[in-house]
Ligand binder design. Sequence first.
Ligand code: ADP
Ligand code: MG
Length: 498
Amino acid sequence: MSETVNTFEAQQQGRPTGPLVRGYEVIIGFETHAQLSTASKIFSRASTAFGAEPNTQACAVDLALPGTLPVMNKGAVERAIKLGLALGSHIAPRSVFARKNYFYPDLPKGYQISQFEIPVVQGGAVSFFVGEEQKTVRLVRAHLEEDAGKSLHEHEDFVGQSGIDLNRAGTPLLEIVTEPDMRSTAEAVAYAKELHKIVTWIGICDGNMQEGSFRCDANVSVRRPGEKLGTRREIKNLNSFKFMQQAIDYEIRWQIDEIEDGHKIEQATVLFDPDTGETRAMRAKEDSADYRYFPDPDLPPLVIAADWIERVKAEMPELPRAMAERYVRDHGLSEYDAAQLTQSAALAGYFDEAVKAGATPKLASNWITGEMARRLNAAEIGIEAAPVKAQQLAQLVKRIADGTLPNNAARQVFEALWTGEGSDVDAIIEAKDLKPMNDAGALDKILDEVIAKNAKNVEEYRGGKEKALNALVGQVMKASGGKANPAQVTELLKAKLA
Ligand code: ADP
Ligand code: MG
């Protein structure tokens, strides 16, 4: 297994290629199953919709009735092409479907149609930030395959029996396989989040992890720095980022304990139990030789001509990284803010709409990544469901930019928009009497009173203590009920005390 260029030298010299846990280096590689968002299955016309009554969406092909033949769904291929384009991969002009043979009740054909020797997407990489540090994880491949059905063990209608639901059989999947490039749990979770963002951004997968549309297998091993790769165990079907983190952390601890106790790690497939927080071996890991792969004689090779790739490319949305670069370049945002705003297509779309409606980009960005993000988190909703619409935020930001709204007044307006107390920014300002104090006489009176009452601060300021002025500004703001403009107050005070 190859190493990245910058880690290769360290490995050769026996230096760690990542952070150590109790003196061990952690090695992680991912296999992710992304369910493709086609309306029908990969080789049949049955629906892929989630949640139907068992076995109502399995046609003759999915049931593997004799004489049926698979027909490739073009939409699934297009989605594979999109992923390849998004990740800078080679899109194979000719790839081959293969039969992966195994017996399981939820697999009526006795084999799964997958791709083996020649996958449709080859190479490529996913780049992302872990904190401040940029990481790149190389992909080995992404191949098209069909999902299997589902065994139901605890169904209320079949107590003491197992049922088979074949609705999921034939659902299109892309299995996305990385090199063992990750070196910590944090990096692995960040990779999974970035991949999740990309597949949902380009619209090839709905990303719903609870429904199993995006599930990750984490291959984990540990070694002493400089040693060759250790034996891995594969944690199957991680379908939440939280479980992913718990499972990998537990697995690392477990493997190190085993080795420290003098045991050897046996290659295995394990499951994470969220109730106990532990991973448990499910079966000894099969080798690919056990599956007796061979090219599927029912399907011709998948041929993708250059013009097909061009057509798909023309339909691709701007990718998050390109968009973030554009925000930095055109709007002068920081890399961090740009990365925050491009966490999802919906969030970026919201920002774009606010800017288009006349919001100052920097201010809009501050509000979206600040107050808005906090509220969304607390309410556990996405930006799509935000009660404050982009147009309204733009209106609010305009009133901040033109000096009408000081910060705390702006927050009150936001609050009113959020709770639905009002819907028009200017009307809210009017109703709540939030207009800044532009009655020069009244403000002047307040200034004089504050100066008179705070002789000590005045003296300190005149004695050269700049900070004392802040206390005076604060007093004026308070006396004005927050309606004075702090910048203006500062200027006026300085003039009066000069
Ligand atoms: P298989 O097809 O038998 O599952 P692969 O060679 O395709 O095996 O590897 C599957 C995944 O395991 C890949 O993501 C790869 O990066 C990862 N992997 C391979 N060896 C190791 C290792 N020693 N430690 C951690 N991950 C590994
Ligand atoms: Mg594999």
